[in-house]
Design a protein around this ligand. Sequence first.
Ligand code: PA5
Length: 398
Amino acid sequence: MDVSVDISNSGIKREEIERILEQAEIRTPSPEEMPFLRLTEEKKISRLREIAGSLKEKSENLIVVGMGGSSLGIKALREALGKGNGELIILDNVDPTFLSRTLEKIDLKRCSFAFISKSGKTLETVTIMNLLISILKKAGTELKGRTVFIGNRGNAFEEIAKKESCPFITVPEEVGGRFSIFTAVGVFPSLFAGYDVDSLFKGARKAVEEWRLAGKLAAVKFIHYLRGRNISVMMPYSSLLREFTEWYAQLWGESLGKERKGQTPMKAIGTSSQHSVLQLFLDGPDDKIYQLFKIKNYRNDVNLPAKSVILPFLSEKKLSEVIHAEFEGTVAALKERKRPLITFELEEISEETLGYLFMLYMIATVITGKLMKVNPYGQPAVELGKRVATAILEGQRT
Ligand code: PA5
């Protein structure tokens, strides 16, 4: 595995980065400050592996129900790594049409279930869980042997798990939702899908070793934020990383968008977005910092025909040559327009590179919180909306 990061086109000098980090007294990350640095222990992983194995004996699919930090990480992994040897179906919206369409296509009797909520009281998670449990019960299907509940010790899920004789898997209280990919939240579904959790953790450990790079990333983005660049674009050159950009958007947006501070995450995909927002990037307001990801080796590269019908230069090329050329084109154009740019080169898309990126960005987010002087944990502002929705559903508000 190899991920290299180039900040030489970010427009910020090394001395300035170092000065900012020094002034804010950014030191080696500690688990006290960043509880997500404590990766799930081997003993617990073995237990999770056993449970996942026993569920797989009965089912082909795992239906994962969870919101925000309880699903975005595993969605990113699923999209990047594919089906594995067990399929994940992730339900994270109470849109009636989406839910009924998805459920129509599934034989619930052939599924296992992971209900994931740290708090055990998230409206959408509980709604979907109620629905699924009632469908199963009507069909006379027991939850036992096909269901796990995942959350903080003592939450309401633990009680249900006990009642239904299902495993309750704990998530450390101190690890926040959007920082929980390396807890059971991400690990259990990964094991069911057959992803290589050891490699995921290997990548994460490497990012911890290279925490200074996360510091630089944080400092560059913070300096641009101070200069009015309050939009942070992430644009991987792979459709397989679209959900990773969603995970990043939550991490960056929910952690830093506080007290009128924050940098709006914007998601784009190479090459698709070249035909939608690239014009804006190049010729619109200079209010963005760009993070572009190049994938060096695409799995299943494709040889194009020996003779191209139109555009003769395409003859005998590989698909990867086309996407690489377009990546270089965008980099050159952004540079020419003097737009601040950070480029990542990923050897490939794998568990290890993803583990690295998840950890690198989580560390960078906490460091940026320190630079911006905001608490990266919690999301106090979203509570009001939740209270209103609850009051409406309780009939106390119309
Ligand atoms: O990052 C967070 O803490 C949130 O996005 C949560 O993950 C999300 O609200 C779901 O919470 P819970 O896991 O308690 O259901």
